[in-house]
Ligand binder design. Sequence first.
Ligand code: IVH
Length: 706
Amino acid sequence: MTYLERASELRKLLEQYQRAYYTTGRSQVSDLEYDRLFDELAAIEKEHPDALTEDSPTHRVGSDLSSDFPEVAHTIPVLSLDKAYSAQEVYTFIDRIHRSNGAASFVLEEKIDGFSIVLYYRGGILERAVTRGNGSVGNDVTPNVKTIKSVPLRLSKPVDISVRGEVFLPVEEFQRINLTLDEPYANPRNLAAGTIRRNKSSETARVPLSIFCYEGFWANGGFDDHIRILSELKTLGFPVDPNLSYFCATEEDAAARLVAAGLEGRACAYEDLPAEIERHTAERKSLAYEIDGLVLKVNEIGFREELGYTEHHPRWAVAYKFEAPQAQSTVEDIDVQVGRTGRITPMARIKPAKLAGSVIKNVTLHNQDYIDSLELAVGDTVAISKRGDVIPAVESVTEPNTQGNTTWKMPQNCPECGSVLEKRGAHHYCPNRQCPAREKGRLEFFCAKKQMDIEGLGPRTLEILYSLGYIRTIADIYRFDWNALVRDNIEGFGEKKTQAIARAVSDSRRTPFRRVLAGLGMNEFSHKAIEILQNAGYRSKQSLFDLVSDPEKALETLTSLDGIGPLTGAEIISGLTDPDNIALLNSLEESGLCMDDSLSEAPRASENQIFAGQSWCVTGTFEHFQPREKAMEEIKKRGGSEVSSVSRKTTCLLAGKNAGSKLAKAAEYGVRIVNEDEFLAMIGQKPVEVHEPEQDPEQDPQGSLF
Ligand code: IVH
């Protein structure tokens, strides 16, 4: 047998085993045997690259090579659906069509809440997988999609076919994976979308994505009705969602036609539609995957063609959405903001939209990855929500633009200073420290309420002083002769106002060192990190400089502190050894700012220091402490310190209601978990009741974890 024959034999065997596993849930061979065959095939392909085929199961594990996602034109129109938000609207739709096409039957499918994809097969081999994009142009994500085990790489017949489907992540897998992420995703859809756009397909392979296919377009021939198309898709090897309802004049008629088509589904009469919508809605929560609505489609392809299309939607289908988006708007432009750290934040300028009582015009888009996962282009219609009731966010593109704009791309240069942008992690940065936007950002941050709280030096005043060249750096604030504003007759700076600013600046010299340090905005010098440093005795500029004089020892000391990991530690050292930062701190000292908190602050010792030396993390919601920062104040008053996440070094987790992943982590690490009642008893605000601890289901929504 030649190596080509052996490779083909191995491919067939592995494919057969995989298919059996994904259709029956059982393996025909042991894992060991499967791996042995897989390794043999991989070895042949490595030695003889000509043995590697497009449909080889070895593509399933992905590759570590970085790939970009070239734009490719769709060869079928990738339309979206018109929407309805009530069962009545759907019923009206079916009624209207039924009146003009008395013989029309209808299929009601689940609207899978995932990521839309088009699979292109030639001669039965998966040639290309393309994102929806703007409907005519999408991104080629083939290597990533090949890692999805339920996507067939080779079909049971050598057909040329384009198939639309929805890639999704089962809810249970989402919950499991999300617990392990530093920045959890809001829902399975976002995690699936992010995974499909990973640069390395080996990373996509680690997430157990799945697919349901719902439309097929044959290059030659095809079928007369949708239920036969779905049935044939199944025969070809595509996963098709079995949870569908089929409506004809009578239930018997529907049942007979389903049987004839060889398709699973629920047979219904037209008048069952409202009840079926209700049933699907009720069963939604018990599904293994998320759906965001239902799709009603005309079954007969001939009728579909008669009904035709609008510019964006087929007239033969409608999406019934469970929840109306909170607001819809159009993206008029996307530009970028440059922050004080140089981080570039793309912002959507949208047509003003009312949302939860306010008018939204600007929405942050975070970074390029976020935009890519939305496939957002200028001109798109978007659904906007207010996450946590504060920051408006673009949830999804509800209508791609019709101007042919493709997914927005980050400029190569900083719009403020022209420097070439650098990508670090998920974000782009302007590397130029003297970039005007960064300099202004640093000034604003320093003067802001949370840092130095210098009244009169808000963003607008600082912008004027900066553009006039009076104040460029933080050190300038204390070196500037404020009388110059009056002397130079600067508009808007009368004597009274100028004096008030000068006084506020002068008063700010007495601000504690910890706030001065935070105000410099050095990486990882958050108020929290500074508090940890102060609690560990590093309360002055000198003590910090002494600490980092031996960087190796400093890292050891810093990482021994609860709440400071190796990355934060390294950033703290790099910040305190940076010549610009050293010069700035020295200049501020010369200008009379406070550089030592051990002199100015009396130890807080009025309460019994029962938590001295302990680190506490607080999570969930509390009856007696709202907001929960109040609980943290009680801990700090008694000598404890705060950590924002649970580690093995954490002493206690104070867990209120609806505590989530932190509770799971604490249990995993054996960190003591204290509930609100116990805590009240500890701080003497409630008598201690002696009872066996009971599992409170509300305290432990993810109880199955333990
Ligand atoms: S049919 C022309 N069926 O919902 C046919 N779409 O805006 C249009 N979706 O982009 C699609 N489940 O990503 C169809 N059973 C289903 C679906 C479905 C999810 C998504 C798809 C599409 C969007 C509709």
